[in-house]
Design a protein around this ligand. Structure first.
Ligand code: FAD
Length: 313
C-alpha cells in the first residue's frame, strides 16, 4: 500500500471537506493512546463516502472507519493511511413502517446511522418505550462499532436485534443485508475487512417506559459497582474463553492492580486495562503479553484480545 505522503496534495484538491493531517489517534480512542493518523476525515453522506473510497482504492491508500474508538488500540508510531469518521446523515435515527408481509407485526423497526452513538440510540429507545437495548446502557460505542463487535452485556447481544443493515464495500457498492446473514458470533460479525456499516435497522419490542428505565438503571448500577467507569479503558480487554471469565483468570493469576508504565490491570475489574494517565500503546501491549503469558502458564488458556489493534490486521 502507498503512503499518503506522496498523495497529500492530490487529496487536498480532491476532498473539499476538512482534513485533519497527522492527527493524534489518542483523541479518537477511549484508551487515550495512539500516535498520529496521516489523515482523519469526517464523511457526511454515502455519496461522498463512495467518492472517497474509490479515490483511496485508486491510490492504494489504507483506510479504517473509527466510531467512538472504544474498542481500538493504535500503535504509538501511528497509522499510515486515512481514518474515516461517519457524521452528518450517518447520525440519524428514524422509525420505519413495518411491512405488512413482515413476520414482525408486534415489533417496531428503527433505523439508525452507522455513526450514531449507541448511548444516544439507547436513550431514544427508552424515550419511545422500545425495549431490547437496555443492556447497552454504558457501552460507549457507535452503531457501526457495536455491530462490527456484536457488542453485548448481561447475556444479550446487539446482533440479535438487527433486522437488516446497509453496507458499502471498498468500491462504493451499497447492499442491504439481512441481520441473520451477518454471521454474528461472540464479539464479532463475519463481513469482509473494509466493509462500512452505513446504517442498521433494529426490530424492537414496544414496552412499558418505566420498566425499560428501571432495567437501564439496574444495568448502569451494575457497571458502577463492578467496573472502573470513568477511567480511560476499552472495556473488557480480552474475550471470555468458553465457559470461563477472562477477568477471573487474570485475578487468579495475581495480576489485579499490576501495572507496566502507565497501563494497569484495573484494581476494580481485572479484565479492564486502564490508562492511569501516562500509558503508551507499548505499555498496554506489554501488559497484554504479560497477562497472556501468565494465564497461559497457570491455566493453559490463551486469552484473545477483544480490542482491534488497528494496522495489525
Ligand atoms: C467503559 C467501556 C465499557 C464497555 N462495555 C462494553 C460491554 O459491556 N460490551 C461490549 O460488547 N463492549 C463494551 N465496550 C467496548 C466498546 O464500547 C464496544 O465494542 C463498542 O461497540 C465499540 O464501538 P465503537 O464505535 O467505539 O467502535 P471502534 O472502537 O471505533 O471500532 C471498533 C471496530 O469497529 C470498526 N468500525 C467502527 N465503526 C464502523 C463502521 N461504521 N463500519 C465498519 N466498521 C466500523 C472499527 O474499524 C474497528 O475495527 C466497552 C468499552 C468501554 C470503554
Amino acid at each position: 500500500m502507498a503512503s499518503l505522503n506522496s498523495h497529500a496534495k492530490d487529496l487536498s484538491r480532491f476532498w473539499k471537506g476538512k482534513i485533519l493531517w497527522d492527527s493524534p489517534m489518542s483523541k479518537l480512542s477511549t484508551l487515550k493512546v495512539g500516535g498520529p493518523a496521516e489523515a482523519v476525515i469526517s464523511v457526511q453522506n454515502s455519496e461522498d463516502l463512495k467518492r472517497l473510497l474509490l479515490w483511496l482504492k485508486q491510490n492504494y491508500i489504507d483506510w479504517w472507519v473509527v466510531g467512538r474508538g472504544s474498542n481500538i488500540l493504535v500503535p504509538d508510531k501511528g497509522i499510515a493511511g486515512v481514518i474515516l469518521v461517519l457524521e452528518g446523515e450517518f447520525n440519524s435515527i428514524d422509525k420505519l413502517p413495518v411491512p405488512v408481509s413482515s413476520t414482525h407485526t408486534n415489533k417496531v423497526l428503527v433505523r439508525a446511522g452507522g455513526g450514531c452513538l449507541l448511548p444516544k440510540f439507547v436513550s431514544y429507545c427508552t424515550s419511545q418505550g422500545l425495549s431490547g437495548l437496555e443492556f447497552g446502557v454504558g457501552i460507549p460505542g457507535s452503531i457501526g462499532g457495536a455491530i462490527v463487535m456484536n457488542a453485548g452485556a448481561w447475556g444479550f447481544e446487539i446482533g440479535s436485534l438487527v433486522e437488516s443493515v446497509d453496507l458499502m464495500d471498498s468500491t462504493g457498492i451499497i447492499s442491504a443485508v439481512p441481520g441473520k446473514s451477518l454471521g454474528f458470533a461472540y464479539r464479532k460479525w463475519s463481513m469482509p475487512k473494509n466493509t462500512v456499516l452505513l446504517a442498521a435497522t433494529f426490530a424492537l419490542t414496544p414496552g412499558n417506559k418505566e420498566n425499560i428505565k428501571a432495567a437501564c438503571r439496574k444495568y448502569q448500577d451494575l457497571r458502577y459497582k463492578n467496573q472502573p467507569v470513568g477511567e480511560p479503558s476499552a472495556g473488557s480487554f480480552f474475550k471470555n474463553p468458553p465457559a470461563e471469565s477472562a477477568g477471573r483468570l487474570i485475578e487468579k493469576a495475581g495480576l489485579k492492580g499490576f501495572s507496566i508504565g502507565g497501563a494497569q490491570v484495573s484494581p476494580k475489574h481485572a479484565n479492564f486495562i486502564i490508562n492511569t494517565g501516562t500509558a503508551s500503546t507499548a505499555d498496554i501491549l506489554e501488559l497484554m503479553h504479560v497477562i497472556q503469558q501468565e494465564v497461559q502458564k497457570r491455566f493453559g488458556i490463551k486469552l484473545e484480545p477483544e480490542v482491534h489493534i488497528l494496522g495489525r490486521e
